[in-house]
Design a protein around this ligand. Sequence first.
Ligand code: ZN
Length: 512
Amino acid sequence: MSQTTDGLEKLKTKLLEIQHLRDAASLLSWDQETYMPTGGGQARADHIATLQTLAHDKFVSPDIEDVLLHHIDPMTGLANSKGTGLDEASQALLRETWRDFSRAKKLPSEFITRLERECSLAQQVWTEARQDNNFATFLPNLRTVVALKYEEVEYLGYTDSPYNTLLDTYEPGATVAQLQPLFTTIREGLVSLLEQIRQSPTPPNDRILYQTYDTDRQLEFGKLVLAKMGYDFSRGRLDLSAHPFTTSFHPTDVRVTTRVFEKDLQSCLFSCIHEGGHGLYEQGLPPGHHGTPLGEALSLGIHESQSRLWENSVGRSRAFWEYFFPLLKDQFPNQLSGINVDTFYAAINTVKPSLIRVEADEVTYNLHIMVRFEIELDVIEKRVGVEDLPDLWRTKMKEYLGVVPERDADGVLQDVHWSFGAFGYFPTYTLGNLYAAMLFNKAGEDLPTLQTDIAQGNLIPLKEWLNHHIHRHGRQFTSKELIQRATGQTLSAEPFLQSLRDKMQEVYGFPA
Ligand code: ZN
């Protein structure tokens, strides 16, 4: 074995050990959100902080740095003369490991512990503040978390905007300068679509979705859909949690959660499909690369593209319900008697500006994201203080969605993200929606029978298309390269806007 490949094998072994610590921390987090007794919160925060600090310390070790510097030019982050002798995958592995390493190395261990602990505490305070509709109790913690984010940016440095550094954590390569014009296009497109929808003389009615639906039967149906999507239950499971999420410890153990309400048919159904999309991505990552960047999901935007593609392009499509509506009717014959698939399809695509992001329809969803993006940009660029957020929230909701929350619990306190320091996360939801539309269009071109397959309940060709074009690559390519390779296009809002216009024209019956 040459010295180069020998060094690479050593690196992979070390990365795998670090991954095991992180996998253990993820399992503890999964348990925290599903089965942990409420009293265990403080101790659990300590467990997780210890594991994350250990993983961090092991990662920024001189051993790892030596192997990386042997192959990488630290100025460019790309392969040096020794590195270029390696195959493309190994070069990508080194490039991405260096990216993580050079970032992690700038953050002191003491800072990581402080950040993990404060964020965990802030999240617990947020939970109560939201329940009590009391922003004031959360304010001191939010202030601490924001101060820690400023500190993080100081360690990491930034170009153009401190926000870029935070955004880069979740969506490598994305910048404020790239997002702002893209978001303007989306906002203009959505606002004019919303206007057309408001003027529709024949809006659909979604009342049928809010009858009484037995929760066990809802869960059973969610499981059926997941299985048809190709989500492998021998390598996964479905549990309940307050907020649906997906977590993975390895491609052979990928877990999804949902929530179920007796008076709302949509929540469990669409969260199962959404998390199923995330789950398929994690189950489709190459197990042989577990522990290295090549075995990891590329970015949150790409991750969200998988969930939104399944949730919206598939799960809210007419073709999908061609097959699934009769099965749903078998489960709920009384509630759905006299309802046909067209009525049901229109009901699940009803558009209503509302206060809560996670319950938003496809049209207004991204307007919720824009409110958050603009506010957090103002915070991180220090134009507003955190005490101003409740009012700023109301102002922007009125401007973009025409609705104003009376309670902060339905306003600035509704999302968990800021409590655990996830500033720069929200834009990845919108990017995911844009990628999803591009990918679904291309899958339709590559698979001429896609629509008929879906209408027959055969979702496997689509899953395999995604396995091939997205999942198996891990972080080998950048988002830009991956999307280019999969679709032949660069990121654009147009496919997303066009697919929404088409659907809304059908559902609301306005002229094209
Ligand atoms: Zn998601």
